[in-house]
Design a binder for this molecule. Structure first.
Ligand code: NAD
Length: 349
């Protein structure tokens, strides 16, 4: 699978059909925009959410509402596609994946049907969005954890529900290459954040949640913030632009076929420090209250980027302070628009 004889493979032609599954969501929606901006003219965007609920819809893109856990819909979606990007999953922050493990596990149906449909359609390449939650949780019990490297997924003890779905789907991707010769790419994302994603409603992740909480506190004048856990948990957070570039590079790297690889930053930060950073952006200091009963996830998680640097001569590097500023600004706009009873992304079309 991974080989050192690197080199970038020829990517798709500008008029080849690219399928993005989960395009109504955060990363999928941004990926559609990324390819459009790169000049690709035939993009098919599919999501099970009704079109008005998509975070963004890029003009000129074929947008379809379909449930890809159903085989027939996957067949239709993959028809004529040259590349398939699977970003579709039922997921969210810790609040969601700890509570809805069955929902998370059921995303296995999407990958199972979509990869078979892609194979039958004769696509050139298939991308799967895996997660750092596939890693063995026993290696993440300390906030000062050592960064996770790709080999740390086995012996397997993934995050219950969500992490196991990712691990098994990764294996599908590996076997479609090993047994059937279809080129697959597998990136293990570490906490992606940025504009055009979930910022409230229960599926949001820590960076978006922090932005919203600070904005709410400023708006209400109630100068306090509730933090899940004791705030000592550590994570690394990758800005969306790095994620998109990484997806493109990993998908088209000749030396990474069917090889799981970390896609995240190695800039470790505690949740307490993330709060401080967000307060600084918002220009406010809040009183901290800790909800020790709330979902907090593993104690510490970071991305070891030795492998990606070696294989791609690149790693995500957009500083958290920079990405959080852009994210805060976008969420503040959404918040104000909603408050004014105006248009937010969800009812924009
Ligand atoms: P998201 O929830 O914003 O987007 C996922 C989209 O998939 C949603 O719009 C959802 O409606 C759609 N979907 C779910 N089930 C579907 C189905 N059966 N048929 C069609 N569409 C379906 O999440 P995201 O942050 O954009 O994540 C994209 C991918 O990246 C997911 O696979 C996720 O597990 C993975 N990932 C994300 C992060 C992160 O920090 N955002 C971290 C690790 C892995």
């Amino acid at each position: 699978m991974a080989s050192k004889s690197s080199a970038k493979s020829a990517g798709p032609k500008k008029d080849d059909l690219i399928l993005v599954a989960g395009a109504g969501g955060f990363i999928g929606g941004n990926l559609v925009k990324y390819f459009t901006d790169k000049g690709f003219t035939r993009i098919r965007a599919v999501d099970k959410k009704p079109l008005p609920h998509w975070y963004q819809r890029t003009p000129g893109v074929e947008c379809i509402c379909a449930d890809l856990s159903e085989e027939a819909n996957c067949k239709k979606a993959a028809q004529d596609a040259v590349e398939v990007y699977n970003l579709a999953a039922d997921m969210g922050g810790m609040g969601f994946i700890e509570r809805f493990r069955i929902e998370c596990l059921r995303s296995i149906l999407v990958n199972t049907h979509l990869i078979e449909a892609a194979y039958r359609a004769g696509v050139n390449r298939y991308f799967f969005s895996s997660s750092a939650c596939a890693y063995n949780v026993t290696l993440q019990e300390d906030p000062n954890c050592r960064a996770l490297k790709e080999t740390d997924a086995y012996p397997a003890m993934a995050e219950r529900g969500y992490g196991w779905e990712k691990l098994v789907s990764e294996m599908f991707c590996q076997e479609y290459w090993a047994e059937r010769g279809m080129k697959t790419a597998i990136a293990r994302f570490h906490n992606v954040y940025g504009p055009w994603g979930t910022w409230d409603g229960g599926r949001e992740k820590a960076p978006a949640a922090m932005c919203r909480k600070v904005i709410e506190a400023k708006d209400s004048g109630k100068k306090e913030i509730i933090i899940w856990g004791d705030g000592t948990q550590t994570r690394s957070f990758m800005y969306i632009d790095d994620c998109l570039k990484g997806i493109d590079m990993i998908m088209h790297a000749a030396n990474l076929i069917a090889t799981p690889i970390n896609l995240g930053t190695s800039e470790l930060i505690s949740i307490n420090d993330l709060v401080s950073l967000t307060e600084k952006i918002g220009g406010i200091k809040l009183q901290r209250k800790y909800d020790l009963g709330a979902p907090r996830g593993v104690a510490g998680r970071n991305s070891d980027n030795t492998f990606i640097k070696k294989m791609l001569n690149w790693e995500p590097g957009i500083p958290l302070s920079q990405g959080m500023k852009a994210t805060y600004k976008w969420i503040e706009q959404q918040y104000q628009a909603r408050k004014a009873g105006g248009v937010t992304v969800k009812d924009h079309f």
